[in-house]
Design a protein around this ligand. Sequence first.
Ligand SMILES: [Zn+2]
Length: 236
Amino acid sequence: MASTKVKGIVLGGVNIKEKDKLVNLYTLEEGKITVSFKGVRGEKAKLKACKEIFCFGEFVIERSGASNIVTSCEIIDNFFALSKDLEKYYEGCAILDILNKTAFESNPALFIETIKALKSLCYDSATKFYIIDKFLLSFFKLSGYHFLSDKCVSCQARLGQMYFDYDLGALVCPACKRANCDLVTPSAFMAMKILYQTDYEKLPTVKLGGGGEVQAYHILSKNFEWKVGVSIIRII
Ligand SMILES: [Zn+2]
């Protein structure tokens, strides 16, 4: 059997057999992979903490045919404080859900973005929606769908009043607006620009006002749904 070491974070899993668990692991090296833990649901199982959602660590995997069995794990962080704050917990679950529904290939920049977002969510005190909005904006950028621009994507006119066109995944002016569009308020556009440009560790100092971050989340999560075909789990 070949053994591999990967850096990964547990996205979630299902119990199988009497004491085993199948886990989706988002890894730096290989993107999302499915791994199994043997006998890990016993009280004294040495890897029992490593199978839990949000566990970030170095996993040693034995490969045999199609099966990937975790044989050891060194935990780097389990973001335990997230489980003590329901709002943060659900925002964190939404970040993992985005990866669970998309991250089929290795993307080191997205992996690093994920860890930064979870650290900030767990240890800092940013306003609700700031971190998930920033993560989604980065996710689109790293997936080749950056759309933050001062110009209409269709006619290149400078944007005053603007709409988000879900078919194009971009911003358009009133003249180019079609059926599948939502109005982007100035506060939502400002929220997206500021959150995109601000580092995670500086998010607690950002005070947007106007509820722009809530409308931004509505547009960003709807854009995700249009692109991927499934929605992100609810965080509200
Ligand atoms: Zn236009």
